[in-house]
Design a protein. Structure first.
Length: 258
């Protein structure tokens, strides 16, 4: 672990931390999925668990910006179905942290992400958007639980969430607002678990505070940009990003096995 005085003078902290926080800000601002790439980037500068602990306070502050910006645009049914099971998923991620294989979870997430997004892009070929369809509510409950679990383990809750929500083809602001509010709630649920693991150390809090101005500016930028983008283009962008994210998750999982 890097001592307090050294972390702000480590060039890797800035070279990797700033892009990671910008990715989170764009994701919280509405470019859903971009933020999931931040964890693998940040983990190149410090141990993964420490990276996750540094990012969590930033996520919470960025959530506040996103929630305020989209506070009138969210889907009540999605929240009622997915959020309670996500809380259960976070609890399971904490309770079984030592017995769950992070590598296989990342591999499974990667495969699901690629297959799901690839299917949506294939269905939408030749048209501007994939057709709308709503999977049963029990699928949403299951996806919520898996989203909470993977969010607790690796801040990677987006793919399971998107699996149920994105095919519904919500209006742009409703989709963004629901996603932002959902993960804002999940991130607060994760706070007691990270505190119990002793991760809110002075080192990690100093690192988070140093990146906070970048985090806030990036989130406001994301909110401004997403409202300039056509809804169909936003969905297409997120699907392609999900494919790339899936490939990254596969790589990360396989790297942990070898």
């Amino acid at each position: 672990m890097i001592p307090d005085p050294a972390i702000l003078h480590d060039p890797w902290f800035w070279l990797l931390g700033i892009p990671a926080v910008i990715m989170i800000g764009l994701g919280k601002g509405g470019f859903i999925g971009v933020g999931t790439l931040a964890m693998p980037v940040m983990a190149q500068a410090m141990p993964p668990v420490q990276a996750a602990a540094v990012l969590l306070p930033l996520l919470i502050v960025q959530d506040a910006v996103g929630v305020w910006s989209f506070r009138h645009s969210w889907d009540r049914r999605i929240m009622l179905l997915m959020l309670p099971s996500a809380v259960v998923g976070v609890a399971l991620g904490y309770l079984f942290a030592t017995s769950l294989s992070e590598a296989w979870i990342l591999i499974a997430l990667g495969l699901i992400s690629i297959l799901f997004a690839g299917q949506q892009l294939w269905m939408g070929r030749g048209r501007r958007a994939a057709p709308r369809h709503v999977l049963p509510g029990w699928v949403g409950i299951g996806c919520g639980a898996v989203s909470g679990l993977t969010s607790q383990i690796a801040h990677a809750g987006a793919p399971p969430y998107q699996l149920w929500v994105m095919p519904q083809r919500l209006p742009r602001d409703i989709f963004v607002g629901t996603t932002v509010i959902f993960f804002a709630a999940v991130n607060w649920v994760k706070v007691p678990a990270y505190a119990a693991m002793g991760q809110f150390t002075p080192v990690n809090l100093i690192a988070a505070a140093a990146l906070m101005p970048v985090a806030i500016a990036a989130t406001f930028t994301g909110v401004w940009l997403v409202r300039k983008v056509d809804a169909d283009r936003l969905y297409s962008f997120v699907y392609w990003l999900t494919v790339l994210l899936g490939a990254k998750l596969l790589w990360d999982g396989w790297s942990r096995l070898t």
